[in-house]
Design a binder for this molecule. Structure first.
Ligand SMILES: *[C@@H]1O[C@H](CO)[C@@H](O)[C@H](O)[C@H]1NC(C)=O
Ligand SMILES: *[C@@H]1O[C@H](CO)[C@@H](O)[C@H](O)[C@H]1NC(C)=O
Ligand SMILES: *[C@@H]1O[C@H](CO)[C@@H](O)[C@H](O)[C@H]1NC(C)=O
Ligand SMILES: *[C@@H]1O[C@H](CO)[C@@H](O)[C@H](O)[C@H]1NC(C)=O
Ligand SMILES: *[C@@H]1O[C@H](CO)[C@@H](O)[C@H](O)[C@H]1NC(C)=O
Ligand SMILES: *[C@@H]1O[C@H](CO)[C@@H](O)[C@H](O)[C@H]1NC(C)=O
Ligand SMILES: *[C@@H]1O[C@H](CO)[C@@H](O)[C@H](O)[C@H]1NC(C)=O
Ligand SMILES: *[C@@H]1O[C@H](CO)[C@@H](O)[C@H](O)[C@H]1NC(C)=O
Ligand SMILES: *[C@@H]1O[C@H](CO)[C@@H](O)[C@H](O)[C@H]1NC(C)=O
Ligand SMILES: [Cu+2]
Length: 572
């Protein structure tokens, strides 16, 4: 181009420069007000004073393009402390906007407000936002849809319509009362009474025949469903009767398309699928119900439904009611189906997985039981055999600070809020997935972080344990996407399992479902300074301490340094 004398070439060159600069200035800033408030919501025959955003359940859908900036002013008009987390957003240098209470900010107290400002950088697909304070996210959540930059297109044929489907969980009670009761008694919290799709349980539940979401389709159309598991405590199977689903994205990264009849999502995960209306015009149930991997544990064994309705479906004759076609759902403990699904994910093409590892970490993840302190009232020790439930990573049950957020304490050098001795390996080696001796069941409590220098590479083996019970744990890392190199059952064995790593096209995600009685291996580069929570996204488990945090130091220069805290950052 530059060594030509052809004036047309010069013209084209300058035009292309203009185009590049205009696509750079195309990025928009979206302003939103979120008012957190109690709102009457009627479900399952009863009205509750539900905490919502702007009176909506689920809350507003945010739609942006990759590269756009969001400015969301959150006003707390509820009676509880609240924060909002933008689940899966990388938050590069903007850790103050990440949201987990006492990790990156103190809570927004009743009457207070805080403005979250952040830019979407290099992410496309479906994410979501939710409260990150106690169990408020049971009802305080919504979709965050990120389309390609203007002028860019999807790496698949443009769908005719797009529908976000948020799978949720409903208690016929105040969810805050449910968690408070569990925290007081030490027992497992009550399970939910219904699952929901975009806030509607569907017509299999009592008093819910009108509370059913209808998803219209035209015959022959291909549509995009953006499925989000926003349930609090339950991994879910998802199916559409008689229709195949082609998975094209997950956690706001594209994947190599594959076709399946069933999805499984852990809380926190998103899956984008194409669905073609290639069946006879009729009404088909879209259904979700539990994948419950913990043997013998009580769970909500109900099924939520929406209806995929062909626009040309014949109207049922007057006075008759033709039920939509119901899909056959996998058994609640069908781990084989889950494994077939989760191991189908690939990146669309070869990716550059870090190969020189600076930190080779091994974290156990699982439950535990605390013996009751002498003299404690029996009413506070209603876990199994007079214990209290707990959970831990590497035998540390995570305790949130209460006087400063971890990020504030780090940035301002305030001592005594956390320690940096989170162990790189389990303090005791044992047969993690075998019959674990009772002497190992009680973890220590602590606020420990693991320190990383800017740019260091991390390999992390997440090893499930069978302490109390083995269970699939959806482990979510804030501020990062990571490659999932492999997963398996039993104890991770480096000499046997390293050979199974996918170093070519592993999927990039923000939440990994660690198999029940098994392990997952992830890798990431610590290129985002801040304090980043990593936790089980079953809220019952994070409540018990199944969490830790990475502290990533600043690098060199402004672009590798955490921004200064916003002026309106809530203090404790
Ligand atoms: C939990 O369930 C028990 C038994 O059904 C019930 O008595 C209790 O009120 C429930 N707790 C809450 C907070 O709803
Ligand atoms: C629905 O109502 C019936 C009759 O009142 C009751 O027996 C049943 O348990 C209810 N089902 C659910 C899921 O609440
Ligand atoms: C769950 O409910 C189904 C009916 O929908 C029933 O067949 C099954 O036994 C129940 N499973 C458990 C574990 O309660
Ligand atoms: C699933 O649970 C049923 C009982 O509801 C049991 O018979 C079956 O063996 C279990 N399957 C697996 C794979 O654990
Ligand atoms: C509770 O105690 C009973 C009787 O000693 C025992 O069989 C059971 O395994 C114990 N359960 C737990 C979870 O410790
Ligand atoms: C913050 O709280 C921790 C734990 O309660 C305490 O040890 C520490 O001294 C407190 N720090 C300040 C500066 O108050
Ligand atoms: C697990 O080990 C304990 C002793 O450590 C033993 O009493 C118990 O029977 C074992 N349970 C199983 C299922 O093997
Ligand atoms: C966890 O630490 C406690 C206290 O030191 C100890 O009793 C227990 O055996 C440890 N468990 C594991 C799995 O390391
Ligand atoms: C609300 O947050 C403040 C710190 O900002 C804390 O002191 C208080 O205990 C919290 N309230 C509840 C109910 O958790
Ligand atoms: Cu968990």
């Amino acid at each position: 181009m530059t060594n030509t004398s052809n004036p047309i070439c010069y013209l084209l060159f300058f035009l292309s420069l203009l185009l590049i600069s205009s696509s750079m200035t195309n990025a928009k800033t979206h302003y939103h007000d979120f008012v957190v408030q109690a709102t009457p919501v009627k479900r399952l025959c009863k009205t509750h004073n539900t905490i919502t955003v702007n009176g909506m359940y689920p809350g507003p859908t945010l739609e942006v393009n990759n590269g756009d900036t969001l400015v969301v002013n959150v006003m707390n008009r509820a009676q509880y402390n609240v924060t909002i987390h933008w689940h899966g957003v990388r938050q590069i240098r903007t850790g103050w906007a990440d949201g987990p209470e006492f990790v990156t900010q103190c809570p927004i107290r009743p009457g207070g407000s805080y403005t979250y400002r952040f830019t979407i950088q290099g992410q496309e697909g479906t994410l979501w936002w939710h409260a990150h304070s106690s169990w408020l996210r049971a009802t305080v959540y919504g979709a965050l849809i990120i389309r390609p930059k203007e002028g860019d297109s999807y790496p698949f044929p443009k769908p005719k319509r797009e529908t976000a489907l948020l799978l949720g969980e409903w208690w016929d009670a105040n969810p805050i009362d449910v968690v408070r009761q569990a925290t007081r008694t030490g027992a497992a919290p009550n399970v939910s009474d219904a699952y929901t799709i975009n806030g509607q349980p569907g017509d299999l539940y009592n008093c819910s025949s009108k509370d059913t979401l209808i998803v219209p389709v035209g015959s022959g159309e291909t549509n995009l469903l953006r499925v989000v598991n926003s349930a609090l405590n339950q991994e879910l199977f998802f199916k559409v009767a008689n229709h195949k689903l082609t998975v094209v994205g997950a956690d706001a990264s594209y994947v190599k398309p594959f076709t399946t009849s069933v999805l499984m999502l852990g809380p926190g995960q998103t899956t984008d699928v194409l669905i073609t209306a290639d069946q006879s015009p009729a009404r088909y149930y879209i259904a979700a119900r539990a994948y419950n991997s913990a043997q013998g544990a009580p769970f909500d064994n109900t099924t939520t439904t929406a209806i995929l309705e062909y626009k040309s479906a014949p109207c049922p004759a007057k006075g008759t009611s033709v039920k939509p076609v119901m899909p056959t759902m996998p058994a609640f403990n069908d781990t084989a189906t889950v494994t077939a699904f989760t191991t189908s994910f690939r990146s669309p093409r070869k990716v550059s997985v870090p190969t020189k590892i600076d930190h080779n970490l091994f974290f156990t993840v699982g439950l535990g039981l605390n013996r009751c302190p002498p003299g404690a009232s029996r009413s506070t020790c209603q876990g199994p055999n007079g214990t209290r439930f707990t959970a831990s990573m590497n035998n540390v049950s995570f305790v949130l600070p209460s006087n400063f957020s971890l990020l504030q304490a780090h940035q301002q050098g305030i001592p005594g809020v956390f320690t940096t001795d989170f162990p790189a390996n389990p303090p005791v080696q044992f047969d993690y997935t075998g019959n674990v001796s009772r002497s190992l069941w009680q973890p220590i409590a602590g606020t420990k972080v693991y320190r990383l220098k800017y740019g260091e590479t991390v390999q992390l083996v997440l090893q499930g344990t069978s302490i109390f019970t083995a269970e699939n744990h959806p482990i979510h890392l804030h501020g990062y996407d990571f490659y999932i190199l492999a997963e398996g059952f039993g104890n991770f064995n480096p000499s046997r399992d390293t050979g199974k790593f996918n170093l070519v096209d592993p999927p990039l995600r923000n939440t990994a479902s660690v198999p029940v009685g098994g392990w997952s291996v992830i890798r990431f580069v610590a290129d985002n300074p801040g304090v980043w929570l990593m936790h089980c996204h079953l809220d019952v488990h994070i409540t018990w301490g199944l969490a830790m945090a990475f502290l990533v130091e600043n690098g060199v220069g402004e672009l590798q340094t955490l921004e200064p805290p916003p002026k309106d950052l809530p203090l404790c």
